[in-house]
Design a protein around this ligand. Structure first.
Ligand SMILES: Cc1cc2nc3c(=O)[nH]c(=O)nc-3n(C[C@H](O)[C@H](O)[C@H](O)COP(=O)(O)O)c2cc1C
Length: 159
């Protein structure tokens, strides 16, 4: 395989951008993600790939839950900020306003367009990430708006 071509083609895939959040006691995880898809209508399931060595992965495994907050068009800076690693920026969650979700306690960002809360139903190690399959158990819409896409930001997390 031509690795450069593989990277070029995979970077043509289209993605939305979300803040995945999770909480277990005082331990809070937050990360920007785009490797997310719906994978069942009934029950309503999502699949999310999370870096195997991330702090958020540990908190998701401890709590068995996470939320996905939809970034709005124009929130590139916020997506970049929450995409910095906990290792270097353990305070990143304190830079945003949030409330615990009603179903799971996962942080819901006040300036997100909307959110879903999820309970993990299974997980699978997938190379350098771990794939969490989770059921949507609650959802909310903060306002109408246009969601942020990976393309709008110019960030690259594919390839
Ligand atoms: C635009 C963008 C998209 C990202 N997409 C993902 C993703 O889908 N999955 C993932 O595990 N990390 C993704 N990351 C990297 C994580 O946000 C980052 O490494 C993260 O903060 C690690 O989690 P931690 O801070 O809990 O350790 C993305 C980062 C950016 C900037």
């Amino acid at each position: 395989m031509d690795n450069a071509l593989k990277k070029t083609v995979l970077r043509l895939f289209t993605y939305g951008l979300y803040a995945a959040t999770t909480k277990q006691g005082d331990d809070v995880g937050v990360m920007t993600v785009n490797w997310l898809t719906q994978c069942s209508f009934d029950p309503p399931l999502l699949a999310l790939a999370v870096e195997a060595d991330s702090h958020s992965r540990q908190v998701i495994e401890a709590s068995g839950t996470f939320a996905l907050n939809l970034y709005e068009s124009g929130q590139r800076e916020l997506a970049g900020s929450l995409g910095r690693t906990f290792r270097k920026h353990p305070e990143k969650i304190t830079e945003v306003a949030w409330q615990p979700g009603p179903a799971t306690g996962s942080p819901l960002l006040e300036n997100a367009l909307g959110w879903v809360e999820c309970k993990v139903t299974s997980s699978l190690p997938t190379g350098d990430h771990i794939l969490f399959v989770a059921e949507v158990v609650e959802a909310g819409l903060n306002r109408e708006g246009v969601p942020l896409t990976l393309k709008e930001t110019g960030f690259k997390y594919a390839g």
